[in-house]
Design a protein around this ligand. Sequence first.
Ligand code: NI
Length: 130
Amino acid sequence: MTIVSLSINDNLLKKFDDVLGEKGFATRSEAFRDVIRSFVNESEWEKGLGENLVVITLIHSKETPKHDLLKIQHTYEEIHTMLHTHLDETNCLEVYIVKGSGSRIKQLIQSIRKIKGVKQVEFVTSVSNM
Ligand code: NI
């Protein structure tokens, strides 16, 4: 690891310390590393670069044609894990753990959104090689 020093105004540092305490970070270094990872991840994700690890959750109606979702699941080998659970009488929740390039995963998310009966798609990204 490399030691980096930086200057920051007192007011911002005070706020940063308050937040890192609230979020459960033990040290400033730990919190800074987390912020830097998010910063790099966001940029790589936007450019469609890097290996991204993404958790996608979707809610769909039980009426959703199974065929459409299966086709996507077999088209994208980036999907590593799938979980299906029944939310209530009309809706299902699916969770996909996906690893691959940002551009490919964005395509996957767009394809899911186009399926009739899909009501909500959300995702969380992180760079997998840090
Ligand atoms: Ni179901």
